[in-house]
Design a protein around this ligand. Structure first.
Ligand code: UTP
Length: 408
């Protein structure tokens, strides 16, 4: 793309501010900026204006959940089925580690954060330790696919290499990168993060399967015979990965996807709740929970939307292949976005100053015909680290680790 074409594209979308420093750039820098302009979808920026009406919800109703007493009765059977699938190489794990972790406030990838008190305990290390439990139980290695982004790929890969994969087999670990999306101010004007670079942000965790395809990882999966992918978040340090009982239950119920859920600790807790939406499995996000939904009761008189998702899903690969071409809703999220100020100096804001655009893995559930919400014991499996202190923080996660006998 040449300057004139870039100018016209930007003018069409009202984004000419991107060229503010163009004349100051050297040849290489100019080329980089023009290439970025060519690759960027500016259409999404116009969505800021219709933010409130972007994703209308359908009819929300309660969904059946496989709860702990039922799971306990069938634990041995499900575990046996799950272990068999793992031993047959049918189960892979996908670590979503492309996020920016802005709330934690560290510039490094979230997984390299050290939650140890008396020794090093990195978040990535905790996850690998959890996965190793299953590897040891099954006597078989589980392929691990790690999604990174442009912002943290090199640091993440280097960290795993330096730490010798925390004892995991390196040939079972594959890294791939997700796409980026422009980040803008509240008026929908894209920010610059350098004189020759627009501000970008990872485009959400919903594009993980498409990114795997782009990187040729799905070919590897097909060759290896992997039929199920357990997708999980980087920030839950008690995350059980490729949990044989969960795998077995999802297979036994012939579900297109299994979703681990926990009992919510309050009707307005900030987690998405499992539900049916227009008769299909779905997740109603906390900010869409109306007072009516919070007060709604199920047939037994309990809360109707009581089970929250913890970003741990087991997807059947063949179903993913069928839905991959479908467009997922786009979410506009308020974030702290680094930008160049009037003087051209980089500012890292303390408070949110604009929007980024994300597709979310939870929206994939609604595309699938069947889902098994599978309850797990909250204090044993859910210790998310979003913030430094307070709710869902390093502090709360440390306390939960200690409660579970994990030495930090
Ligand atoms: P969060 O929604 O907590 O986002 O991610 P985040 O970017 O990590 O953190 P904040 O909001 O800036 O503080 C949930 C999971 O999804 C992954 C994260 O790495 C985490 O495992 N994720 C999120 C991605 O892989 N890519 C993304 O673009 C966003």
């Amino acid at each position: 793309m040449n300057y004139q074409e870039a100018y016209e594209k930007l003018e069409k979308y009202g984004q000419l501010q991107v060229l503010k420093y163009y004349d100051e750039l050297n040849g290489e820098e100019k080329e980089a900026l023009l290439a970025q302009i060519e690759q960027t979808d500016f259409e999404v920026l116009s969505l800021c204006k219709k933010k409130e009406t972007l994703n209308p919800r359908g009819k929300i109703e309660p969904i059946g959940v496989m709860q702990l007493p039922e799971i306990e009765k069938k634990r041995d059977e499900y575990t046996g089925t799950g272990l068999e699938a793992i031993r047959d190489g049918k189960v892979g794990a996908v670590l979503l580690a492309g996020g920016m972790g802005t709330r934690l406030g560290s510039d490094a990838p979230k997984g390299v954060y050290n939650i140890g008190l008396t020794k090093d305990v990195f978040i990535f290390q905790r996850l690998i330790e959890n996965l190793m439990d299953v590897v040891n139980q099954a006597g078989a290695w589980i392929p691990l696919y790690v999604m990174t982004s442009d912002k943290n790929h090199d640091t993440t890969v280097r960290f795993f290499e330096e730490k010798n994969y925390f004892g995991y087999r390196a040939d079972y670990v594959t890294f791939f990168m997700q796409d980026m999306a422009p980040a803008c101010d509240y008026e929908g004007k894209v920010y610059l993060e350098a004189k020759n670079k627009m501000s970008t942000s990872p485009n959400g965790n919903g594009g993980w399967f498409l990114s795997m395809m782009k990187w040729g990882v799905t070919d590897k999966i097909r060759q290896a015979g992997v039929e199920w992918l357990n997708v999980f978040a980087v920030d839950n340090v008690l995350q059980r990965i490729a949990d044989p009982c969960f795998v077995g239950a999802t297979i036994a119920t012939d579900s297109a996807v299994g979703a681990k859920v926990v009992a919510k600790n309050a009707p307005d807790e900030k987690v998405g709740a499992m539900c049916l939406e227009d008769g299909r499995p779905s997740i109603v996000e906390y900010y869409d929970m109306t007072p009516e939904l919070m007060a709604a009761k199920n047939e037994q008189g309990g809360p109707a939307y009581h089970f929250g998702v913890i970003l741990n899903y087991l997807f059947r690969v063949k179903d993913l292949e069928e839905i991959v071409a479908r467009k997922l809703p786009l979410h506009i999220v308020e974030k702290k976005i680094p930008y160049l100020d009037e003087k051209g100096d980089l500012v890292k804001p303390e408070e949110p100053n604009g929007y980024k655009f994300e597709q979310l893995v939870l929206d994939m559930i609604h595309e699938l015909d069947s889902c098994l919400p599978f309850e797990v014991v909250r204090n044993k499996e859910f210790a998310p680290i979003k913030n430094r202190t307070g709710i869902d923080s390093v502090e709360s996660a440390r306390a939960l680790c200690e409660e579970n006998g994990i030495i930090l």
